[in-house]
Design a protein around this ligand. Structure first.
Ligand SMILES: NC(=O)C1=CN([C@@H]2O[C@H](COP(=O)(O)OP(=O)(O)OC[C@H]3O[C@@H](n4cnc5c(N)ncnc54)[C@H](O)[C@@H]3O)[C@@H](O)[C@H]2O)[C@H](O)CC1
Ligand SMILES: [K+]
Length: 501
C-alpha cells in the first residue's frame, strides 16, 4: 500500500512519540541500503556515497559506515554539512573513520574537482534528496545528479531517486536513474507512478521499525495537517469565526465552554447564540464571549431562519451543547442541520446528536459523541475492544455520508469512513463536566486551520487530552474544564509551527 510523503513524515514523528527514536529509524534505513547494495552488487569494491544536507543524506552516512564495515572501499561526498541533528550524528561518525574518505563540498566547483571519484566507483549511492525535496533543483544537488547519471556505475537510490517527486513521480528537471531504489516503511506513491520505473529501477521496500500504531495514533506529526501560522498583516476574523448554537434555561455553561475553547484554539471570534436565559448568563461569563439571545427558554423552530442567516457570517458552526431535548428543540436542530450541512462546516455535539438519528450528512460534519450519544445516533453500542470500536466508528462515518465521527472515551476513536485515528492522551480527571464542550470548541477552531476535518478532530482530541493531563499533573484529579482552557495555548505552542509568514 503506497503512502504520501506527508503521511510518511507523520508516521515518522508519531513513532518517535510512541518511543521509537528517529535515530533508530535512520540507522535501520541506512543499514537496509547497505544490505541491499551488497545483495545486488556483491562484487563491487569501490562505493561512492553522495549525501545531501537532510535526513536522506543522514541515511547515506549510515550506509557508508555499514559498507565500510562490510569491507568495501568507501568514499563519501557531502554536498554541504548536514543541518539536522540526526544526519549530523552520522556525518560526524563517518568523519572519524580514517578508512573512509570524506569530502565536503561547498559549491559546484569543489564538486566538479571530485569528478574522478564518480569514475572510480563500482556503485554509487544516491543519498542527496528524498521526501524533503522542495521546488526546483538547486546547486550543487543538480550537478551531483548529472555526475551520478553520467557515471557508468549503477546507482542505488536512498528512499527516492533524487529529483523525483515522491508523491507524483514527476521529474520537473532531472533525476537520478537508479538500478535499485531502497525505500522505507512503505512505497511512496511517486515511486509507483507510470514512467517512474526508469528512475526507480528495482524497488525494494524495507521496514525500518515504525510500528503500525504510528499510523493510527494521534501525535505531534499530525500537526502538519493544521496551519497555525499568521500573516503579519492579518486582520480580525482572518483566523476563524465560530458560532456556537447551544444553551437552554437549565444549561448556560456548556456553550460558553465551547466558545472559550474555540478562542483558546486560535479563532478570532466566538459567538454564542442561545435562548435568552443562557445568553444573558453567557454575557456575564466574561468579555471574550459574545452572546446573541434567542427569544424564549429553549431553541425552537422560530429561531431556525435567523440562525441560518447568522451562520453565513461564520466559518464553523458548533451546535448542541446545553440545548436540552425538550419541546421543539430536536425539530429545530434537524431543521437547522439540514439548512447548514454542506454549506457550513458543522460540529455536532451532545443534545444535537440525539436529535439527528439517521441523518444524511453532507459537506464537513464532525460528530463528537460519547458512547451513549453514539448509540443514540446509530442505534449501536460501540464495542469495548479498540480494534472493533474503530471498525464500527469507521463504518458509521461512511454510512453517515463521510462525516467525521470522533467517539470520545479512554481512547478517542475518530474516522471519516476511510481513515482511522486513535487519540491516547487524557486522564480520568477529565470526567468532570465541560471537558467535552472544550473538545467541541477545539474541533470547531481546528476546522478553521485545516482542510482535513478528520485530522482537525484528531488533533483537537490530542490537545484536549494533553491540556487535561497538564492540569491534573499540577492540580490533582479535581480539575474543572476551566483548568483546561488556560493550558490549551501552551500545548498547541509545544507542537505547532506558529510562525509569522
Ligand atoms: N520518514 C521516515 O520514516 C524516515 C525518513 N528518513 C529519511 O529522511 C528523508 C527525508 O529527510 P528530509 O530532511 O525531510 O529531506 P531530504 O533529506 O529528502 O531533503 C531535504 C534537504 O535537501 C535540500 N533540498 C530540498 N529541496 C531541494 C532542491 N530542490 N534542491 C536542492 N536541495 C534541496 C534541503 O535543503 C534539505 O537539506 C527521507 O527521504 C528518508 O531518506 C529517515 O532517515 C529514516 C526514517
Ligand atoms: K535519494
Amino acid at each position: 500500500m503506497a503512502i504520501s510523503s506527508l503521511e510518511m513524515y507523520v508516521a515518522d514523528r508519531n513513532a518517535e512519540w510512541l518511543g521509537v527514536p528517529r535515530l533508530v529509524l535512520m540507522e535501520n534505513a541506512g543499514a537496509a541500503v547497505a544490505r541491499n547494495l551488497l545483495r545486488k552488487f556483491p562484487n563491487a569494491s569501490n562505493v561512492l556515497v553522495v549525501c545531501g544536507t537532510g535526513d536522506n543524506g543522514g541515511d547515506g552516512y549510515v550506509a557508508a559506515r555499514h559498507l565500510h564495515a562490510a569491507g568495501k572501499r568507501v568514499r563519501v561526498v557531502g554536498l554541504g554539512e548536514p543541518r539536522e541533528e540526526l544526519a549530523r550524528v552520522n556525518f560526524e561518525a563517518v568523519r572519524r573513520l580514517w578508512g573512509v574518505e570524506l569530502a565536503v563540498v561547498r559549491d559546484v566547483l569543489e564538486l566538479l574537482a571530485l569528478q574522478d571519484w564518480f569514475l572510480w566507483a563500482d556503485v554509487i549511492v544516491d543519498a542527496v534528496l528524498g521526501t524533503g525535496i522542495r521546488g526546483v533543483l538547486r546547486e550543487p544537488q543538480a550537478t551531483a545528479i548529472d555526475l551520478m547519471n553520467a557515471a557508468a556505475a549503477p546507482k542505488v537510490a536512498v528512499d527516492v531517486p533524487s529529483g523525483l517527486d515522491p508523491d507524483t513521480g514527476e521529474v520537473r528537471d532531472k533525476a537520478v536513474k537508479a538500478a535499485l531504489t531502497v525505500t522505507f516503511h512503505k512505497a511512496k506513491r511517486g515511486l509507483l507512478a507510470p514512467g517512474a520505473e526508469r528512475y526507480v529501477g528495482e524497488l525494494v521496500v524495507e521496514p525500518i521499525g515504525i510500528p503500525p500504531e504510528a499510523e493510527l495514533v494521534v501525535g505531534p506529526g499530525d500537526f502538519a495537517y493544521l496551519n497555525f501560522s499568521r500573516r503579519a498583516d492579518s486582520k480580525k476574523g482572518d483566523h476563524g469565526r465560530v458560532l456556537v448554537v447551544g444553551g437552554s434555561l437549565e444549561y448556560s455553561g456548556a456553550p460558553v465552554y465551547v466558545a472559550k475553547a474555540a478562542l483558546r484554539g486560535g479563532v478570532d471570534l466566538a459567538v454564542v447564540a442561545a435562548p435568552e436565559p443562557a445568553a444573558y448568563a453567557a454575557k456575564a461569563q466574561g468579555p471574550e464571549v459574545i452572546a446573541i439571545p434567542l427569544e424564549g427558554a429553549r431553541l425552537s423552530l422560530k429561531h431556525v431562519d435567523k440562525l441560518a442567516s447568522l451562520a453565513e457570517r461564520f466559518d464553523v458552526v458548533a451546535m448542541g451543547p446545553g440545548l436540552g431535548t425538550e419541546g421543539e428543540t430536536p425539530d429545530a436542530v434537524r431543521e437547522l442541520f439540514n439548512k447548514l450541512a454542506g454549506r457550513k462546516p458543522l460540529v455536532v455535539d451532545a443534545d444535537a446528536i440525539k436529535a439527528l438519528r439517521g441523518v444524511e450528512a453532507r459537506g464537513v460534519v464532525v460528530f463528537t459523541p460519547h458512547a451513549g450519544e453514539f448509540k443514540a445516533l446509530t442505534g449501536v453500542e460501540p464495542p469495548a475492544d479498540l480494534r472493533a470500536r474503530a471498525e464500527v466508528v469507521k463504518e458509521w462515518a461512511a454510512r453517515l455520508g463521510g462525516a467525521v465521527i470522533l467517539l470520545k472515551g479512554r481512547f478517542d476513536v475518530a474516522s471519516d469512513g476511510q481513515r482511522v485515528k486513535i487519540n491516547a492522551t487524557g486522564t480520568p480527571a477529565m470526567t468532570v463536566g465541560g471537558t467535552g464542550d472544550v473538545l467541541t470548541g477545539l474541533v470547531a477552531a481546528f476546522l478553521t486551520k485545516s482542510k482535513d476535518p478528520l485530522e482537525a478532530a484528531a488533533v483537537a482530541a490530542f490537545v484536549n487530552g494533553l491540556a487535561g493531563e497538564e492540569a491534573a499533573a499540577q492540580l490533582g484529579f479535581h480539575i474543572t474544564a476551566t483548568d483546561l482552557l488556560d493550558r490549551i495555548p501552551g500545548v498547541v505552542k509545544r507542537f505547532a509551527r506558529e510562525q509569522v509568514v
